[in-house]
Write a protein that binds this ligand. Structure first.
Ligand code: APR
Length: 311
């Protein structure tokens, strides 16, 4: 168990992440920070009062400042605005970059040794902003996207094949956008290739649905974006770090030569343990997969450039 984990942003994703972290007792103290007065305090109190019923002792503290974040071993950043119908993740770029810079400056000041998990969108670009603004090494700035994208793909595969989600493994590479690359070749049901259960046509439909999984939810909700699966995905990553499990999870990592990519955040298979990102697993790709990954990478690079021109 860690001594302290902080969650920045007490909105849908942040508050649900805090709830899941408190229930899992992954830290003695959990700090929830938001700019809106009263919201983190109220939600923290509410979470503390769930402890006796649910059976956890996590001490949850809400704050509008960063004093309580001091010394945190892990910080999850969910601060920012979420998508509305018709918006792409990229539409959030400028606003969320400003918020991210401000949040990271505070984190650097009070918790210079922390590991940071970025959740705010557009994810891969926000990771760049966080890496730059904190000045932390790349093993301590990781983005949450792949676990979520993979979870969506697994859900759709299980539903189409009429099997338990537990037995479905799936893989998604690339940026957290429309050009993400679900890797069918590395996906399976109980170790058996997908095409044993599903036609190529169905598999392609599921790939497309996974790519648009976030937008499908935004369209239903109308006033915001997904938060149950995103928060569950964050906790999967946090647990692997806190318990030094060394799980291989798809995360946004800063590539410096891996997959032939230089200085760009992209979703790749990562080993997560006590030091944060401990290794990147490089897989051989077919020409088709490589081309799809290149499209996804150039989408991320384009947004990083766009942000530079706005700064
Ligand atoms: N510092 C701390 N909190 C902030 C700041 C800031 N500078 N600016 C905004 N916030 C808070 C808001 O007050 C709000 O409570 O961030 C919270 C965001 O919550 P929601 O609007 O509910 O958005 P949410 O669904 O949680 O999504 C947050 O995660 O998945 C991504 O795309 C999503 O970028 C979005 C982020």
């Amino acid at each position: 168990m860690f001594n302290k984990i902080a969650v920045i942003g007490a909105g849908n994703v942040g508050a649900t992440t805090a709830q899941r972290l408190a229930e899992a007792e992954l830290a003695k103290t959990l700090v929830l920070v938001d700019v809106v007065e009263g919201v983190p305090q109220g939600k923290a109190l509410d979470l503390c009062q769930s402890g006796p019923v649910y059976g956890y002792d996590t001490n949850v503290i809400g704050s509008n400042t960063y004093d309580e974040v001091a010394g945190a071993e892990l910080v999850v950043i969910t601060a920012g605005i979420a998508r509305k119908p018709g918006m792409s993740r990229d539409d959030l770029l400028e606003t969320n970059a400003k918020i991210m810079r401000g949040v990271c400056a505070e984190i650097k000041r009070v918790a210079p040794n922390t590991i940071v998990i970025v959740v705010s969108n557009p994810l891969d670009v926000m990771c760049h902003v966080a890496l730059e603004a904190t000045g932390f090494p790349k093993n301590r700035v990781i983005g949450m996207a792949g676990v979520l994208d993979t979870s969506r793909f697994r859900t759709f595969i299980a539903e189409a094949a009429n099997v338990s989600v537990q037995d479905v493994q799936a893989f998604v590479l690339g940026g957290h956008g429309d050009s993400m690359v679900p890797l069918v070749r590395y996906s399976n049901i109980a170790g058996i290739p997908l095409n044993h259960f599903l036609s190529e046509e169905t598999i392609q439909t599921l790939v497309d649905r996974a790519r648009n999984g976030g937008a499908e939810i935004v369209k239903h909700l109308k006033t915001g974006s997904a938060f149950y699966a995103p928060s569950a995905s964050v906790v999967d990553m946090v647990e692997s770090i806190v318990k030094d499990k060394k799980r291989i999870l798809p995360c946004a990592a800063y590539l410096q030569g891996e997959y032939g990519v230089q200085n760009t955040y992209v979703g790749v298979p990562c080993k997560l343990g006590k030091s944060g990102l401990e290794a990147i697993v490089e897989l051989p790709l077919t020409t088709e997969e490589r081309e799809a990954l290149n499209v996804s990478i150039s989408d991320v690079a384009e947004n990083v450039e766009k942000l530079k021109s706005l700064a």
